[in-house]
Design a binder for this molecule. Structure first.
Ligand code: TRP
Ligand code: MN
Length: 472
């Protein structure tokens, strides 16, 4: 077995700590009995599936506890350091990917297009920010969804709601909707093969800055995007200059792309947690970055307890009704010592309210002094129903929330650290607006998401150009 694993080479960007030794860590699992990170079991657990067969679930989690980790402690530590830099304003976070990944779309083509889109956005943002971009996918594990109702009724038939491919199937039949613990094993394997592809794409020459820039040339050649031409031309000159000067280093050829998902399914997340033998600390090895959503971030709940017991950098979504006290208590629970990079708040306020509700939270965090990395999720506060009956979002409203996020931070003197968006690399029609002016009718053409509407490939790049303009 090789010990010089390529993804352990350390970061290629300018931020973060020293290179680590390249031998993979070893991990201990806890046989029988309760693990130190099992404390969540005595807390209220919202949004969990009702598995009809408890013993099948036990078999599955026992199996998962024996599987190799999907991500490694050294990588997780690297990401924490990069998020710390973003919190200080020395890097910018780009998080993007599906609302809900599906097993069906875990194919090489879909994943490649998604990774391509993220990399293309990253080039534009790196130039715009003149800073390293921390690249994180909602990928390789984003298979579980919280739902507003346990049951769904269609034409008089009531069945359990779809909770993501990790739990049940989206198809509206009795069999498909019964939560099946075997799907947790499938989740593990899909995440593993997705990560394998990510590691190949990001380290194998495919992520070469010059190649990614070349793809972006294709985008700006489209007359619809003429307004981005001058920024694109600047980037082009910078790349040409680098080439002319003979600048050619390893970091131009590879990137670190981290994985993240909502830590929703407590049994899965805790079965994937391991003690890192080097530090003796617990790491959730199912993804580098884990977040908890608006619906499950109750202070005394099992999800916050779960995140409080692992070393990974963690995130919490904050909606428009978040109080200062709640926010400070989340800091107490998740980052009592005020470690940089440990805690990211992902705000999802809605474009209409962000300028009013975000500043008081920023003021309070600033007064508290413990560091927070702030990112904006401009998607979830801006969901509407189109006149044609589709759940959608308007590109211009999404961008308005991003601008409101920057305005709020600049007015308070805190750092707008990044964006967190739902996107796909495919040419779907789920979000209206953008330079291609998708309208209510065009939603019919290619609406494929199983949960929330995503930016398509072009809209994602357009967002990157607009955010780059904001960052200059
Ligand atoms: N390694 C650097 C980085 O990750 C530069 C880089 C190489 C890059 N390929 C890239 C940046 C693709 C963005 C996209 O920032
Ligand atoms: Mn969503």
């Amino acid at each position: 077995m090789r010990t010089d694993l390529p993804w352990r080479e350390g970061r290629s960007g300018a931020v973060g700590g020293p290179l680590r030794p390249s031998a993979p860590e070893s991990y201990e699992t806890v046989e029988g009995g309760l693990a130190p990170w099992d404390t969540w079991r005595s807390h209220e657990a919202l949004q969990q599936p009702n598995y009809p067969d408890e013993s099948a679930l036990k078999d599955v989690t026992a199996l998962l506890r024996q599987q190799p980790p999907l991500v490694f402690a050294g990588e997780v530590d690297d990401l924490r350091a990069e998020l710390a830099a973003a919190g200080r304003g020395e890097a910018f976070v780009l998080t993007g990917g599906d609302c809900a990944e599906t097993f069906r779309e875990a194919t090489a083509d879909h994943l490649r297009r998604k990774i391509q889109t993220l990399l293309q956005m990253a080039v534009v943002l790196t130039y715009g920010a003149s800073m390293p971009v921390v690249k994180i996918g909602r990928i390789a594990g984003q298979y579980a969804k919280p739902r507003s109702a346990d049951m769904e009724t269609r034409d008089g038939v009531t069945l359990p709601s779809y909770r993501g491919d990790a739990v049940n199937s989206v198809e509206f039949t009795k069999e498909a909707r019964i939560p099946d613990p075997q799907r947790l094993v499938d989740t593990y394997h899909h995440a593993a093969s997705t990560l394998n592809l990510i590691r190949a794409f990001t380290k194998g020459g495919y992520a070469d800055l010059r190649l990614v820039h070349h793809w972006n040339r294709g985008f700006t050649a489209n007359p619809a995007y003429a307004r981005y031409e001058s920024l694109a031309a600047e980037i082009h000159r910078a790349v040409k200059f680098m080439e002319a000067a003979g600048a050619d280093f390893d970091s131009l050829r590879s990137v670190d792309l981290y994985s993240s998902h909502e830590a929703l399914l407590l049994e899965y997340e805790s079965a994937m947690t391991r003690i890192d033998s080097r530090s003796g600390q617990a790491y959730n090895t199912s993804g580098h970055f884990l977040w908890v959503g608006e619906r499950t971030r109750n202070l005394d709940g099992a999800h916050i307890e779960l995140l409080s017991s692992v070393r990974n950098p963690v995130g919490v979504k904050l909606g428009p009704t978040t109080s200062v006290n709640e926010m400070l208590s989340l800091m107490d629970r998740l980052n009592p010592q005020g470690e940089e990079g440990r805690l990211t708040f992902i705000t999802r306020m809605g474009a209409e309210r962000i300028r009013e509700v975000l500043p008081p939270l920023l003021e309070a965090a600033k007064a508290d002094g413990r560091p927070v990395t702030w990112t904006t999720d401009p998607m979830h506060g801006n969901t509407i129903t189109s006149s044609t009956g589709y759940k959608t979002r308007r590109f211009e409203t999404i961008m308005d929330e991003v601008r409101g996020f920057f305005d709020a931070h600049y007015s308070v003197g805190t750092v707008p650290g990044g964006i967190h968006v739902e996107l796909t690399g495919d040419d779907v029609t789920e979000v209206i607006g953008g330079a291609e002016e998708l309208d209510d009718d065009s939603l019919r053409q290619r609406y494929e998401t199983v949960v929330d509407p995503r930016l398509n490939h072009q809209q994602s790049l357009e967002m990157a150009f607009q955010v780059a303009e904001l960052l200059r």
